[in-house]
Design a binder for this molecule. Sequence first.
Ligand code: FPP
Ligand code: MG
Length: 343
Amino acid sequence: MTGTLSPGISESSATLELASLLEPVSAEMKLVEEWLRSNLIDDSQFVASLLSQVFKAGGKRIRPGLVLLSSRATAPGFGELTPRHIILAVLTELIHTASLVHDDVIDKSSLRRGQETVNRKWNDKLAVLVGDLLFAQASICLARLMNPAIVGIYGQVLGDLCAGEIKQMNQQYVCAVDWDGYIYKSVCKTASLFSAGCHSGPILNGCGDEVVSALKDYGTNLGICFQVVDDLLDVTATASDLGKPAGGDLAQGLLTAPALFVLQREDEPARRLAELIKTRAVCREDGIAEALQLIKDNGGTDSTIALARKYAQQSREALRGLPASTYRDSLESIVDVMLIRTR
Ligand code: FPP
Ligand code: MG
């Protein structure tokens, strides 16, 4: 079920695969990169080098890619995109990056994508301000779109990001199995921004409700799938694959799908896992190793893969009504790329 590739190979093949799926919008992606490098508010040398470090750490740029593909897939006659679509893609990446810079402060993380985080390299105060600066830049981009519906959608995303973090914070080391809470948190933290990115382009294109809502569903399901896979990798991947310590979620008492599947069994392994979590043994090296092994040995990873596949399928189905195009093909294949990461 988990396939033959090691997670490290899967991660890099997923990245390669994604790059080729973004090929139909590669010219637009270049503009997004230029924008991210140049159009930032503060022009001081120090802030410029700091921001370049944040963006140098890279990332797969999946969110701007989705914005551009869904915009192109729904543009009249699949025609060229406008500067507003590029700005939409840029602001989506800015919000994502800003939320990660803040998240690293909250999680006290030292590494992201294999690079030192801003809070680690400098300090928390600077990281909060850099995150704020990126959010401010995103707001300016949003204003430039001159579209109140999209302002509302992204306002909701910002609220969701905060609500998801607060929900997560209040649930740390709580072993009650709450699937609705887990999905709610995944929607807030991840799927809300995916969904905004996927259906705002069609709104700019003047598409009807049916198309807009199809892309909204596609983004929501894909985002949940992405988060579920991320939660799986926290258990199955190595620190070097992840660019951050493995088992980090559980060590912080964050209960995600792999642990929830074991805890809901209410048998001996479930009781032992709950004990390791409640007593904070998961904060120690031996405790986290035992907990991760318990999850792997008791169906936690396989059931999580099945859950990711369910959302992947829902995401694919949402695209069914869209006219055929190379852009739609890429959107469909991105769903499979999410699942490559589970191998
Ligand atoms: C990564 O989660 C974090 C997020 C997806 C969102 C974090 C959001 C905030 C900190 C709130 C942002 C603030 C405003 C003003 C909108 P993770 O810790 O599960 O993933 P990781 O392992 O990549 O860190
Ligand atoms: Mg984090």
